[in-house]
Structures are given as C-alpha cells and as structure tokens.
Write a protein that binds this ligand. Structure first.
Ligand code: DGJ
Length: 704
C-alpha cells in the first residue's frame, strides 16, 4: 500500500504519510495537483539529522510522541497510576477512500488504542475527528487530547478574537515567536471571549490577500487553541477540549471522543477562509437555508422586557404584521414566578398569574396575523427561588458543601444527572406538545463555577447533555428551530453551529458596534445563522443614537429581524421598515447563499461588506461610514468578487431616508451606472460623503 495519502479539493491539499508505521501530516496548504513520485515527496518532507538533538531524525507523528525525541507539546496527555504516560502508537489499520483517511493505531505498552478520521470536504475544510480507547485492564486518566496540524515556516502572525458581554469578537493580531500561544476556554461554555476560530497567517494577510490557516473546534465547553513554534523551527496549530483535573478517567475498554475540528486554508485572504467554512456549513442537508428561507423575526424582549400584558403584545403584533414580520418571539418572563430575573428558572410551565388562559390566545393572535411563534427558554439554569430548586437543591453543579456564587441570581442545573435531564426535557416537551411553537431561543446567562457532579468535574458531561437535549427535542418535534444565545454571543462555536440553527450574535443591538461584531463573527459563521435585528434609535447598550438607515443596513446582512418597541414608530418609519422588510425577503436567497466579501484598501474610517451570488450575477454591498472620513474625498471603495468581464448595473439603495449628506451633488454614479466587474474591482466607486455612523447599500446586477 502507498505510504502517502493525498487528500485534495479544488483549493486545498493535505498530504499524510503512513511511513515508519505511524501517521504524520506532511503538508496542509494550497492544492498541489498530482504527486507523481511518492519517494521523492517523502524525501522532500524528510528533515534530516541535526546535531544537538537525538541521534535520529525527529519527525513528529500525529500524536507528537516524546518517545520519538520530539519536544514540542504532545497531543495526548495522561497516565495510568503514574505509569503509561508516554505512548508510542503503531498503525494497525489504514483505510483510504475518496477524500477520507481513517486509521487505527495501538500502543500495547501503554494499553491505548487511537482512531483518527480525516476528511477533506469539497469546500476545502479538513474535518479531523479522533478518539482514544483504554485497552488496558486498569483505569486510564486522560488529561488532554489535542489535534495538531502543521503550518509552513512562513507563517508569521496569529489572529484570534476576544471580547466581553455586548462587545464580542474583538480581533487581536500577534506575531509568532518561539513558544506557545494559547487561548483557553474555562467558562464551561464557549463564552463572549471565545475566538470561534484560531488563525495563523503570512505577513500582512487581509480580507482579500495573503495566506491564512484556521482551525475551529466543534465544541461548546472548555477548550483550547494553540499555535506552537519550537526551537527546532517548526510551527503547528492545534485545538482540543480542555479537561479539568480528573475530568476523564477511562474505564477498561472505554473510549474518549475528542472534540472534532474543522480546519480551513486560504490563499485569498480571510474571505477565502470564510468562503470555505460557509460552503462547509451550507453543504449539510440540515443547514437552515436548506430547510426554508430565514423568517423575518420580531423578538419582543427589548420592547416589553418582563411586562407581558397581552394588550401590549397585541399592539406589537399589529405593527409587526404591518411591517411584514414572519416570526414573533416571546422572550423571557412567561413561566412560573418569572416577574424579574430573580425567580422562576427551572419551572417551565406557563405562569398562571400572568397568563391565566395560557399562551393559546397569544399564539392564536400571532398566527392570525400570518406569523409563526417562538418561545424563550434557559434550560440549563435554575433560580434558588423556584419549585425545582426547592425540591432538588442538589441538582446544581457544585463541589462539596460549597454553593457557587450566583450570576444573574441563578445556578447551573446539572444536566449530566439523568433525572435533571429528564425533568427539563419533559417540561419543555410538554410546552412544545401543547402549543404550536416553531422556534426556541435557548439562552445561557452565566458562566460555570466549580462545575462538579458528585464532586468530579463535569463540564464535558454538561456539554454533551446540552447537545443531547437539543437533539432529543428536535427529534421529538421535527422542524423545530433552535437559536443559541448566551447573554448574546456567549455560545457561538462550531459545536453549537452543528446543533442549532441560529445565534443571537450579541446583546449589543447597536449598529456601530454590530458592524464590528458581525464582521468578525462572520469569519467562521455563515450570515444566515447570525441574528441581526434592528434595535431602537437610542441603544440601551451604548447610549448612542443612530438613524434608521444605518440600523436597517447593518441588520440586513444576517438573519434579519427587529428588537425594539415598534409601537413607538411613526407612520413614515413603518413605511420605511416595510420597504426594508420587503427588500430582505426579496434578496435573502442571495444574502444567505452568496459569497461573503469584505473590501481591502479602503479608508480606515469605513467598512465595505458584500455578498456576491455564486454565479456572480448579482451582489449586494454596504458602505458603512464608521467615523468621519479623513479626507475631503474619501478613498474609492472596491467591489470585490464580481466577474471582471461582465457588465453590471449599479444602483444605490437607502432605507429610511438619506444617510446624511455632506456633499451635494453626489458623485454621478449614485444615479445609476453600467460598468464591468473589472472596473468595479480595480477603480471602484467613490463614496458620497455621509455623516459618520451611517451607511448605504449598493446593489449590483448583471446587465441583461
Ligand atoms: C439574555 C439574552 O441575550 C437576551 O436577548 C434576553 O433573551 C435575555 N437574556 C432574557 O433574560
């Protein structure tokens, strides 16, 4: 059998070796074409022998065992009673079919067996799954299992994201030096500072240019991303679950499945990374847009908060109908005792005081106005002031006699406890059985502190229970959609993306902040999965006031909706909102299937964001003026992604009136022009000078 395995898509090659009876990753990068001579390729990948290290070539395998003289971080850490801590795997099975390589490897001395599957998707995303089985007779303590991929020596920078509540996904670029850069997740959920993907790049990589390599974990619990450069001169990128001390002890014969990773490579800047991930997500049959168009949503949280008077909700419904809303979501406050955020979590039945007749009348009203209905839950949480906690105080995650500090007056229910799991499932299931509910907003408003179950760490078990509860509810209620929310963007990750249909991108609903948050969250998550709602003129999160045009343009480029008291709107605003809603509905096929592009080379005071149809027949861009332009004539903005040879009609679109004009007349193109894609990509358009914190849309359509 061949000792080289070449997985190749139209853009990416991954070359693996089964030489020396182990699995090694020799190459991950742009597509290489045919590898004609296996022997010569192996010769090129050979590192030779250096003085100052062990007297044999050091070729790290997939598991990066120290037994080979490798001194970077090993992929696997663990022991059996202080022994069996240094594995050395030998291949026992290799199966290569199409773009998938599956291997089994054993180490009889440590009593471990490994399974690895690598699949290169047509999108160019490399999926890697791996597991470890304890084949020994005594328990094995597993401390960690990372998945590492090789990076070329020319990578020089790292990009990842941090953040906080109402300011998620702030980018940070760091030079790569010898040592290890690690982003760890310890909140028990991926969190507001979660990077979603970790990138490494060649110098100066931008949205449109340069090379980038990226990994994302399919995991919503504790985790780790690392980039390591060793003094040997080699660089790698890795990701894995982060295990608390003693969290995983494998009984004899038991298997540990590591969180999988999705890895993308691009030689066309960050846009290439986004394109690969978006294509990968969209190729799933269960991807939300493969089921149906993304309904325009009204979430009533920021309109009514805990005030659930039916008259208020009816008024909102009337205006929602007038605007053309398709999904009406009742947020927090509908269940037992829930008059504020001090009580009720865990008691998932309709509060008889606030809703004496149940939710039937409300839902009938929603449906009579042509909308579907969605409902809020926070299934993993419990308030001390709840019947559930009074009956089962021991059902919370905790350690010993200590009770974790409350956050938002709540504790975390231990869903790894089968009784607690069943209790929550039964209550949610009863509500879903009783009412016509198409959608759940699934919140998670606190971090995990001392997350113990019977004294042992239980983040991993809790994370699997979250996935299982989502799976069970969806299986019982086919068609049910679930939005992952955690005080906004606190649980956005590839694991939740595989389980759920949508994310609440941030509790910050303010257009200027959202320009940044959506731009960077969208590196790895398709726009149709990111909730983008028009908030009120004055944002509660920043106190800034924005025009309807800026808010509407910003909310257009995701799964659009509204989240403010729309009964306060004027008749004129409602007409503008209706036009915006119609535009969203008429163009969501493009917005939710096209290639996402972000222009380089523009004045730092503005963002250009676009979505280009896969056949390049149409595109919609936004020009957002974030701060005042530095120059009298702001720099031209380029419209990337179009067919250079085709002629396009260009038209400016504004919602809710002008974006505030600082020059009159405007550049002549705003009245409409016909030019080639090449002209739009190379010369571009000069933006009309507009007020900062304003935006307009540019619609581009291939001329007939
Ligand atoms: C936090 C969420 O992010 C909000 O959108 C809202 O659902 C509240 N929780 C409700 O308590």
């Amino acid at each position: 059998m061949s000792r080289l395995v070449h997985l190749q898509s139209s853009t990416v090659s991954v070359v693996l070796s089964t030489n020396r009876n182990t699995l090694s990753l020799l190459y991950w990068g742009s597509a290489l074409g045919e590898i004609s001579n296996e022997q010569d390729f192996l010769a090129i990948a050979d590192d030779g022998q250096s003085w100052g290290v062990v007297d044999q070539p050091v070729h790290p395998s997939f598991w990066r065992e120290g037994a080979d003289g490798f001194h970077g971080e090993p992929a696997l850490a663990g022991h059996r009673g202080r022994k069996d801590w240094s594995p050395k795997f030998t291949l026992t099975k290799v199966a290569h079919e199409d773009q998938t390589l599956s291997i089994e490897a054993n180490d009889e001395q440590t009593g471990l067996q490994a399974h690895v599957t690598l699949t290169l998707d047509a999108s160019g995303v490399l999926y890697v799954g791996q597991s470890i089985t304890n084949t020994g007779s005594a328990p094995y303590t597993l401390d960690g299992l990372m998945t590492w991929l090789p990076l070329p020596d020319r990578v020089s920078e790292i990009l990842d994201f941090t953040g906080r509540w109402i300011k998620e996904r702030q980018p940070q670029r760091t030079p790569i030096n010898v040592g290890t850069w690690t982003r760890a997740v310890r909140e028990g959920r991926s969190g507001h500072e979660h990077t979603i993907v970790q990138l490494a790049m060649t110098e100066g990589t931008s949205f449109q240019q340069g090379e980038a390599w990226s990994v994302g974990l399919l995991w919503s619990g504790n985790g780790r991303y690392s980039v390591e450069r060793t003094s040997m001169g080699r660089t790698s990128i890795g990701a894995g679950g982060l295990l608390l001390p003693g969290e995983v002890e494998l009984a004899a014969g038991e298997t540990f499945h590591a969180p999988s990773i999705g890895a993308a490579y691009s030689d066309a800047g960050f846009d290439g990374i986004t394109d690969a991930y978006n294509s990968w997500f969209r190729s799933r049959p269960e991807h939300p847009t493969n089921i149906r168009p993304r309904p325009l949503t009204l979430n009533v949280w920021e309109a009514v908060w805990f005030d659930h008077r039916i008259e208020r909700l009816n008024e909102l419904m009337d205006v929602a109908q007038e605007i053309g809303v398709e999904r009406f979501v009742l947020d927090d406050g509908w269940f037992h005792l829930r008059r504020d955020d001090y009580a009720g979590l865990g008691d998932w039945w309709v509060d008889p005081v606030v809703w004496p007749q149940g939710l039937g009348e409300l839902i009938a009203g929603v449906k009579a106005r042509g909308m579907e209905f969605g409902l809020w839950f926070e299934p993993e949480m419990v308030n001390a002031d709840s019947d559930l906690f009074r009956e089962h105080p021991d059902w919370i995650l905790h350690v010993g006699e200590r009770t974790p500090p409350e956050q938002r007056h709540q504790q975390v229910l231990n869903l790894a406890n089968p009784q607690a799991f069943q209790y929550v499932f039964d209550q949610m299931n009863a509500i879903l059985n009783e009412y016509d509910i198409s959608y759940i907003k699934w919140d998670h408003n606190r971090v995990l502190v001392e997350p113990g179950y019977d004294g042992a760490p239980a983040v991993r078990a809790q994370t699997w229970a979250f996935y299982e509860l989502v799976r069970a509810l969806k299986a019982t209620h086919p068609g049910l959609e679930i939005e992952s929310c955690a005080s906004g963007g606190g649980r956005i990750d590839f694991g939740a993306a595989m389980a759920c249909d949508r994310f609440w991108t941030s509790d910050c609903n303010e257009a200027l902040e959202r320009q940044h948050i959506q731009r960077w969250t969208g590196i790895g998550i398709p726009p149709e999965m990111l909730g983008t709602h028009i908030g009120p003129p004055k944002a509660h999160s920043t106190g800034r006031t924005h025009s309807l045009g800026f808010r509407a343009t910003t909310a257009l480029f995701g799964h659009a909706g509204l989240e403010w008291d729309i009964t306060e709107t004027t008749a004129e605003e409602r007409i503008a909102l209706r036009a915006w809603a119609d535009y969203y509905k008429a163009n969501r096929d493009l917005l939710h299937s096209g290639k996402v592009v972000r222009a380089d080379g523009i004045d730092a005071s503005a963002y250009v964001h676009g979505v280009v149809a896969q056949d390049q027949s149409r595109a919609i861009y936004s020009y957002a003026q974030l701060t005042p332009a530095g120059a009298v004539k702001p720099s031209n903005f380029l419209l990337p992604g179009l067919d250079p040879k085709r002629t396009y009609q260009v038209r400016r679109v504004e919602f809710g009136g002008s974006a505030g004009v600082l020059e009159n007349p405007a550049p002549a193109w705003v009245d409409g022009v016909e030019v080639t894609g090449k002209v739009l990509a190379e010369l571009g358009l000069r933006p009309q000078r507009i007020y900062p914190e304003n935006a307009f849309v540019i619609e581009v359509t291939a001329a007939p």
